[in-house]
Structure formats: C-alpha cells, structure tokens
Ligand binder design. Structure first.
Ligand code: ATR
Length: 271
C-alpha cells in the first residue's frame, strides 16, 4: 500500500520508457513487503534533476543512458569502481550526501561466473565504449587476459592503454577472436530493430567457448544463436540486467534481493 511513508526510487534516462527496472524492483519490494515504490523519469536536464533529488530527499536514483558518465559531475563522491570506470548507474542519498556506484560490472561478472571461472581466461571483448569499460574493470579484477576487438581502432587502443590490456584487433579478425576462451559483446550490434546482424562472423566461434552478449533485446541475439549452433555455451544479456539489479536492490534496501522473483518479472516483461 502506497502511503505517506513510502520511499520513492526511480530510474532516470532518456529515453527511459522501455526500462524494465520498475517491474523488477516493484516485484521485489512486494515480495519482501517493503514500503518502497520504483518508477521511471525521463530526464533531459541532469543538473536540475539532481538538485531536485537533493531537495526532495529521494533515497536512491538509478541512472541509465545517456547520463551514466555525466552524473559523476553532480554527486558528492563515487566508489572506487564508478570512479575508475568513469560511469555510475546508481546514486544513494545518505543524509543529503550523494554517492555514485556502478553495478554494471558486478552484474556482468556474476552472469559469467555462474558458468565459469575467470582467472587466467582469455577474453575477446567486442567494443570499446562505456559498457566495455565496466566489463574490462571487472575482468581485470578477476585476473582475465582481455583483448579488445573494435570497429574503431583508436577507441580500442585508448582502452588498452588505460587498463593495461593484452592486444587490440578488428571485429573482422575471426582467427584471433577464436583463440579466446570467452567472447563478450558490449557493442550495440544485434539490438532490436537491427536484430538480424552479429558483430562477428560465425567462424570466430568454437564449440569450447563461452559467448556472452550484453544485448538483451532480442533475448536470443544473432550472435547467441550462431554460438548455440556451433555448440558453444551462451549467456543471455538479461542476466546482466538482473544481477546489476539485485546489486542495486541490496544497496537501496540493505536486504538480500529475491533473485528468482526479480528474474521472473524481468523475463515476463521481456517476452
Ligand atoms: P555503450 O555505453 O552502450 O557501450 P558507446 O559508448 O556508444 O555505448 O559504445 C558503443 C560501442 O559499440 C563502441 O565500441 C562502438 O564502436 P566504435 O568505437 O567503432 O564507435 C560499437 N558499435 C556501435 N555500432 C557499431 C556497428 N554498427 N558496428 C560495429 N561496432 C559498433
């Protein structure tokens, strides 16, 4: 029941109408009978929006595209991961002090660690943008050996220098991609409505590999479908949304997240 004591949380972004965070978090609040509500707000003027959160004293704000980097300019502090990645997806308000966190990397790592160890594994990271930075931060922490494959070489080289990665290649370098134990796609290639394409040729994939696509619409991307046909193990993108979300829920409420309830809410609304 929503009443005068209900704590209001929201996700801000632009666009934000497609976000599944409200369904996922509201299902979890209901499951644990917590007096919270979670909604979505389209934000065009980030600085003014942050001033409004401070004024209203909202307990937590989830941040999505295109504000994940700029939000760091308007908060009072950031944890180590958000600072190093240069992006945050969660702001927690503690007595008026706003702190930025990043659960994209923890969500991605948990998705992979469900099926494999990461220490010493060779990872082909496709893409060199914001999402790639979060993955690289986490993979390096786990002791993986990361090579970057990207359309624009200079972007990949920049990432390699900053995070001391292995090597830089083109997305068309199938032989090099196939040498890796794990392939992670962080590019937007294959996302609806352009869901008939894959960022790499299918000869880049071997049956012994694990292929993780962070694109979650469609559920079965062309890359994952190619990987499945090759006999490789696949990890769907919604897992990163789920485990990033459970991290957010636990930061906000201090309670253990009801993972299966959140997964059900996510999958029901994805289909
Ligand atoms: P995000 O924050 O979601 O990672 P981003 O920072 O814009 O988004 O990064 C998008 C990534 O997808 C980049 O690596 C981009 O490649 P470039 O560095 O060459 O721009 C990659 N990307 C986007 N569209 C692509 C396409 N059509 N083909 C290949 N790579 C693409």
């Amino acid at each position: 029941m929503i009443n005068a004591n209900t704590k209001i949380c929201c996700i801000i972004g632009n666009p934000v109408g497609h976000s599944l965070s409200p369904q996922m978090h509201n299902a979890a609040f209901t499951e644990l009978s917590l007096n919270y509500v979670f909604t979505a707000l389209k934000v065009t003027h980030l600085k003014k929006a942050v001033e409004a959160f401070r004024t209203l004293g909202l307990p937590a704000v989830v941040v999505t595209v295109p504000h994940k980097m700029d939000i760091l300019k308007y908060v009072d502090g950031a944890d180590e991961s958000a600072a190093k990645i240069g992006a945050a997806n969660l702001i927690i308000n503690r007595n008026g002090r706003l702190t930025a966190y990043n659960t994209d990397w923890t969500g991605a790592l948990k998705s992979l660690k469900e099926i494999t160890d990461l220490k010493g594994k060779k990872v082909a990271l496709l893409g060199a943008g914001g999402a790639a930075r979060a993955l690289v931060f986490g993979l390096k922490k786990e002791g993986s050996l990361v090579s970057v494959f990207n359309r624009t070489r200079s972007h990949a080289s920049q990432l390699k220098e900053e995070f001391c990665l292995e090597e830089v290649f083109s997305l068309t370098d199938s032989a090099k991609i196939s040498e890796n134990d794990i392939i992670v796609n962080t590019t937007s290639v294959g996302m609806e409505p352009d869901d008939k394409v894959s960022p790499i040729a299918d000869e880049s994939i071997r049956s012994s590999q694990i292929v993780f696509d962070i694109v979650y619409t469609p559920h079965m991307t062309k890359l994952l479908s190619d990987a499945k046909k090759k006999g490789a193990a696949i990890v769907h993108g919604y897992k990163m949304v789920l485990y990033g979300g459970t991290g957010i829920f636990e930061q906000i409420t201090g309670k253990r997240a009801p993972v299966r309830v959140m997964e059900e809410a996510l999958l029901k609304n994805l289909k």
